[in-house]
Design a protein around this ligand. Structure first.
Ligand code: G
Ligand code: G
Ligand code: MN
Length: 527
């Protein structure tokens, strides 16, 4: 697999984990909302039931007070027995009492009593909660009062019984019956202080018949408990779903993450760096320029050759920002050292055909040249002959503007393609880079020699500058110099190298003064 170097397991693991979490989180959130809405519905139903039942108890109480009405105001000795019988008719009723002139004077339990009664302490004139009965020690009472003018009948309902017999689906701190500013809480306990602040969710329902309301709620803890107990199969399903998603992403990762994404990531990460290879003047042996060659400093795989990723970069269009980044890195590193560069120094950047259909290249070239404080420096764009440019309105505009800007155009790998004279003119080629395959012919059989001579002749006859690529031996160097090839580039002089190393080489004394073993990059054949 040629692109196997793009396969790193780290993003694969990370993305598998992320998708696992994402699915788990989404499923859990959906389950949470579903459970919450279930509980709300349950609370609402329970509240409806509760109001219906309490209303019924109060209706019964009202009915009993009506039956006791004839006794109101009469002597307790005669009324008490009747009151007891009436009280026994309902399981909720603890006692029935008679009032007269602001006093409770007769009780079905204690018979004759005398306790002050305030009519206006009844909410809506009907209901009242008493945390302790003035008659009995332990009783908490929910009172219903029928006012008959000077007299009245009072029914004392046991809040514990009331609370217990209601069909609460949910009971907890959020479940209560409110009467005025008092309320009955869990186990029928009556409270005087305001109800606790609302936590979690709750439903409040007012009775339409009597002045009270019920509130049914559930806390976050109850919700979680419900979720764990009632939704266990769904929770397990979420877990399995999340695991399966994570595993699928892990398994199919190479189908999901394209090499283009890996290139984009590397670009964002600054992993594409320039290597510079010197270009030497054939006669003087001095450095006259350099070719900038892209390298991928991969975070796991080390240095990667451009022929492995440039085709994909071209195809995806990422070559445009990648080249821009390369130009920026070179100008940033070399502009502060511009004094080290020889006069008329030239920078060669490789540009692919596709890149020539994008006018942004012009801005990139302008920015590159502007970064240097010297006007004699030359920017050369190398276009390969292997892939000829299709002339369009954009290329016409681009090459015209590049020419005006002083940017020179080189035809790279010259001799390997079939560019015509009109092609050279159309794209205003200034420089021919004779392909290494021709240089390799030097010193071989006569026929090859002939081809090489013809290629060099063609280049010189066109009046263009010439660069020979891939010069590896002294014989090749001498031959090319004799044939008037202007510049040379190859391992004989130096390999492509990191920028700092290239700068170091520039600051060294001229090549002729360098001892053979002082550098592996410069050879003694320089003389
Ligand atoms: O160094 P070498 O192996 O560097 O280069 C291999 C090929 O990759 C060459 O054909 C060269 O033109 C191409 N290449 C290197 N750097 C770049 C670049 O920045 N842009 C383009 N388009 N091609 C490049
Ligand atoms: O852009 P172009 O296709 O010309 O790219 C030049 C390529 O040639 C780069 O890959 C560079 O590393 C390589 N190169 C430069 N000098 C030599 C050399 O002397 N010998 C060999 N084998 N390759 C070279
Ligand atoms: Mn090149």
């Amino acid at each position: 697999m040629p692109l196997s170097f793009m396969r790193s397991n780290k993003p694969r693991l990370l993305n598998s984990l992320l998708s696992l979490l994402l699915v788990a989180l989404t499923a859990l959130t959906a389950l949470y909302w579903q459970t919450r809405s279930d509980l709300r519905q349950q609370a609402h139903n329970a509240a409806l039931d509760a109001v219906e039942q309490i209303d019924q108890v109060l209706e019964d109480s009202k009915e009993i007070t009506m039956q006791a009405t004839p006794l109101a105001g009469s002597a307790c000795t005669t009324a008490a027995r009747e009151l007891r019988m009436l009280a026994a008719s309902s399981p909720y009723i603890r006692a029935i009492n008679l009032t007269r002139n602001g006093h409770l004077y007769c009780s079905s339990i204690f018979e004759e009593v005398d306790v002050p009664e305030h009519r206006d302490s009844y909410i809506g004139g009907q209901l009242r909660l008493l945390p302790s009965s003035p008659l009995g020690r332990h009783s908490q009472l929910f009172l219903y009062h029928l006012d008959l003018g000077g007299t009245g009948v009072q029914v004392a309902i046991d809040p514990y019984n009331l609370f217990r017999n209601l069909d609460w689906t949910l009971t907890g701190p959020q479940t209560l019956i409110e009467v005025g500013d008092r309320w009955i809480g869990t186990h029928g306990v009556i409270h005087l202080e305001p109800p606790p602040p609302l936590m979690g969710d709750n439903v409040q329902l007012d009775s339409t018949l009597y002045p009270y309301s019920v509130r049914f709620g559930f806390s976050q803890a109850q919700l979680h408990q419900y979720l764990l107990e009632q939704q266990r199969p769904a929770l397990l399903l979420c877990l399995v779903l999340a695991l399966m998603t994570g595993l699928s992403v892990y398994r199919w990762w190479w189908h999901i993450s394209t090499p283009t994404q890996e290139l984009r990531r590397a670009l964002g990460n600054g992993e594409f760096i320039p290597y510079l290879q010197p270009i030497i003047d054939s006669q003087s042996k001095a450095i006259r320029g350099c070719e900038v060659l892209m390298r991928w400093q991969h975070r796991h795989q080390g240095l990667i050759r451009p022929d492995l990723f440039i085709p994909l970069a071209e195809e995806s269009g990422l070559i445009v920002p990648m080249t821009r980044s390369l130009m920026q890195q070179v100008s940033q590193a070399l502009a502060p050292k511009v004094h080290l560069l020889p006069p008329d120094f030239y920078f060669g950047f490789n540009i692919c055909a596709r890149h020539c259909q994008d006018l942004s290249l012009l801005d990139d070239c302008r920015a590159f040249l502007a970064a240097f404080k010297r006007r004699d420096l030359v920017l050369v764009l190398e276009l390969t002959e292997r892939e000829l440019i299709t002339p369009t309105l954009i290329t016409e505009q681009l090459f015209g503007a590049l020419h005006e800007l002083g940017v020179k155009i080189a035809l790279d790998d010259f001799g390997t393609g079939n560019s015509s004279l009109s092609y050279l003119q159309k794209f205003q080629i200034d420089l021919l880079k004779i392909d290494k395959s021709f240089v390799d012919m030097i010193g071989t059989d006569a026929l090859s020699h002939h081809i090489l001579d013809n290629t060099i002749n063609l280049a010189t006859r066109l009046g263009l500058d010439t660069v020979a690529e891939g010069v590896e031996t002294q014989e090749q160097a001498d031959f090319l110099r004799q044939r008037q090839v202007h510049f040379q580039q190859g391992y004989l002089y130096a390999k492509p190298q990191p920028q700092q190393q290239f700068l170091l080489q520039l600051s060294k004394p001229p090549p002729s003064a360098v001892a053979p073993d002082e550098t592996e990059l410069l050879t003694p054949s320089f003389d």
